[in-house]
Design a protein around this ligand. Structure first.
Ligand SMILES: [Zn+2]
Length: 237
């Protein structure tokens, strides 16, 4: 049975003026979501630990957090530990440790602080998996082939030098990829790739092009919506 992959960004309440509230899940809701998943018998997996679930069992959940925000370290990491949950975090390698970061062309422009290499190492040592989100937060589809290859290989190497183990997966910034990019991602040594396309993973899906459900949860978000999303995902297997 294929896992259900959930996509998160910030684990923080949305700041005043946030345009995309869906990019923020409050620590309280994140805690509740992990607790609910655990209480319903779901297990948290990562690409390093991916196993075939036996028929009749619940699919594994893969929690993914994009961009490498400092709040993933300060807020999400303690909650993950509390629930004994694994997750995969996708930092932007050139932005590690930077403050007040925003990217041109991004839909959400509220400046954010990013996690450092040291914090990544600490989380990796505690069992959190890391994947590439490239050196810069830019669409691969808007780069030359040469630059695509440079971004794919350099980000992987830099991340591997921090975590001290192979990097297996990538989250394509903005979910932007095409067949050529998938081929170059495979050639760069990645085994899994996640997009922003919602839905369950099809049986014949390319492991370098996996769908993810967007997990939401801030003040005005009802927990029942999360439950409904997971139930729907389960039925789509
Ligand atoms: Zn991103």
């Amino acid at each position: 049975m294929k896992p259900i992959i959930l996509m998160y960004h910030h684990i923080a309440p949305p700041p005043a003026g946030a345009k995309i509230r869906g990019m923020y899940v409050s620590p309280r809701q994140f805690d509740w979501q992990l607790g609910w998943l655990r209480s319903r018998g779901f297990s948290f997996s990562t690409f390093e630990n991916l196993s075939d679930t036996r028929p009749g069992e619940r699919p594994d959940i893969i929690l993914t957090l994009d961009d490498g925000y400092l709040n993933n370290y300060e807020q999400a990491f303690p909650i993950l530990r509390k629930h004994g949950a694994r997750a995969v975090i996708y930092p932007i390698l050139n932005d590690l440790g930077r403050r007040g970061v925003s990217w041109p062309g991004a839909t959400e422009q509220t400046p954010a602080d990013m996690m450092s290499a040291e914090q990544i190492r600490e989380m990796a040592d505690a069992g959190i998996e890391f994947g590439s989100h490239l050196l810069e937060h830019r669409r691969l589809t808007e780069m030359s082939e040469t630059e695509q290859i440079a971004q794919l290989t350099a980000s992987k190497a830099r991340l591997e030098s921090i975590v001290g183990r192979p990097v297996l997966s990538i989250a394509y910034p903005y979910g932007a990829c095409d067949d050529g990019i998938i081929g170059r991602t495979r050639a760069a040594g990645y085994r899994y790739g996640v997009t922003t396309e919602p839905g369950r993973i099809a049986k014949d899906a390319d492991p370098l092009r996996l769908n993810r459900y967007t997990a939401k949860g801030c003040k005005l978000y009802h927990p029942l919506k999360f439950i409904r999303m997971i139930r729907t995902a389960e039925r789509q297997d």
